[in-house]
Write a protein that binds this ligand. Structure first.
Ligand code: TYD
Ligand code: MG
Length: 458
């Protein structure tokens, strides 16, 4: 019998080559190809299947399925209204961020609501899982747990238990028998996810696969899973800080723009229903502080942007960011230097979004620019009553302020917290409380005299 041919699979990008080489032809990574030998039995998986017939979409039966509400409101919202039975969700996040805590809480609530649940732990022993559940309370303690790393054993338990919801923590610890490659390698992870998906779809289980994220931010190995699963969630935040954000990178059953905000407390994750109140409450009127009125999905969110400018001898000077894109900062600094702001060629610049939140939107340009200008001058931006200044707007390369989505909701959110007036780009319509400025230069000169000018403009 002919020996099944090995292929060499890149552990970074999943590229399969027929021969080993030192460098992956797919992504250029060095030493990332690992020999993967297909099992003859696994290969023949579809051999005996009868050919199925395509059906016109109008004749397809699509019974309305009830979603499973996890009882963690922010998680349900990001999922698009709860878990869809038979779906596969990949939950990524760096170690220690709270993935096991979040999934433990969700299963606890589902179990308490009378659904069959199952928690498969590959990393931690059942005793360790229990220790966490003790912190989460009675509901979490009722979740049946299985400490297992063999894929076949997990599949057998899934078939036998037929849970409505199941968590596999993590997919990188599962090991398929008869497959070479360490647990967590591309081949193993792909095999595990595909096999679990097949069973989950058949028995109508909603499965959450937990996966770690590499330092580059990709769900390690499981990049290759992103196309396979129905929904990819990313749990982010800084370990030392207590705020966590949950966002969907992909969602077949809902929008990808929703963001859930949590706080890690001693009794588990607490949903922050009104994050703006938290972040604005912490905002100060010190130089270098500015409030960004951001849109996170359909929800406006106020966050504090802080900047520090410090003279340096180092060439090139340091540009350090936390929560915003570093290239975006470089662009804002360049525009500042050309269009009415300071030139900071011999200064280190640090910009950070307070609370460990990440904002990925062009509307952050103006607050970043104003915070830097304020830090450079050593003058606060605070307006009347020494309330922090709220603003938003994309800065164009020629120094103009550009329209960003939902100006009325951004302004409304700031007004709700008494932050008026709000600086922003021209909106095309009149918005109560918005002080529209055409350019970065105009915004800088408007805030240069601080409170007085702003008050007049309002
Ligand atoms: P964990 O969910 O184990 O993270 P992950 O599965 O993503 O690796 O928990 C992360 C941290 O949260 C851990 O350092 C302990 C802390 N924690 C709390 O602060 N409060 C709690 O109630 C729990 C369960 C954990
Ligand atoms: Mg964990």
């Amino acid at each position: 019998m002919a020996r099944p041919r090995s292929s060499y699979v890149c552990q970074q990008c999943g590229h399969a080559a027929l021969a080993w080489s030192g460098r992956c032809p797919g992504c250029g990574e060095w030493n990332s190809l690992v020999e993967t030998r297909p099992e003859p039995a696994r290969r023949g998986r579809s051999a005996g299947a009868a050919a199925s017939r395509p059906i016109a979409l109008r004749d397809v039966e699509a019974p309305a399925v009830d979603r499973l509400l996890t009882g963690v409101a922010e998680l349900d919202r990001v999922l698009g209204g709860g878990l869809v039975p038979g779906s596969l969700v990949l939950l990524g996040g760096s170690p220690g961020i709270g993935k096991s805590t979040l999934t433990g809480m969700a299963l606890g609530n589902l179990g308490a609501a009378g659904h069959r649940v199952l928690y498969v732990s590959g990393k931690e022993s059942a005793a360790q899982v229990k220790l966490r559940a003790e912190r989460l309370g009675e509901a979490a303690l009722g979740v049946p747990a299985l400490a297992e790393t063999s894929l076949e054993a997990v599949l057998a338990v899934l078939e036998a238990e037929r849970p409505a919801a199941c968590v596999v923590d993590s997919v990188q610890t599962l090991h398929a028998e008869g497959m070479s490659g360490a647990p967590g390698s591309v081949g193993q992870v792909r095999e595990a996810a595909a096999a679990i998906m097949e069973v989950a779809k058949r028995i109508g289980s909603a499965v959450i696969l937990v996966g770690h994220v590499t330092k580059e931010g990709a769900v390690a190995g499981p990049r290759v899973l992103e196309h396979l699963v129905d929904c990819v969630l990313l749990f982010e935040g800084e370990r030392e800080r207590s705020y966590r954000t949950l966002r969907a990178l992909k969602n077949r059953f809902g929008a990808t723009s929703e963001v859930g905000v949590f706080e890690m407390r001693s009794g588990g994750l607490v949903e922050v229903a009104d994050p703006s109140a938290r972040f604005v409450g912490e905002a100060s009127d010190a130089p270098g502080s500015c409030v960004l009125s951001a849109m996170e999905g359909t929800r406006p969110l106020l966050v504090e942007v802080q900047a520090l400018v410090a003279p340096t001898e180092i060439v090139p000077p340091r540009r350090v960011t936390n929560g915003i894109d570093r290239n975006r900062l470089a662009m804002v600094l360049a525009v500042l230097a050309r269009h009415g702001g300071p030139s900071l060629a011999s200064a280190d610049v640090f910009v950070s979004v307070a609370g460990g939140v990440r904002v990925d939107e062009p509307g952050a340009d103006l607050p970043v620019a104003l915070a830097i200008a304020s830090a450079h001058r050593g003058e606060p931006l605070a307006g009347p009553g020494r309330r922090p200044l709220a603003c938003f707007g994309e800065v164009g390369l020629t120094g103009e302020l550009r329209h960003v989505a939902h100006p009325e909701r951004r302004v409304g959110e700031a007004l709700k917290f008494g932050l008026a007036p709000v600086l922003g780009p021209e909106a095309g319509e009149r918005i109560e409380g918005l002080t529209a400025v055409p350019s970065l230069r105009a915004a800088i000169s408007l805030v240069a005299g601080r409170g007085a000018k702003l008050r007049d403009a309002a």
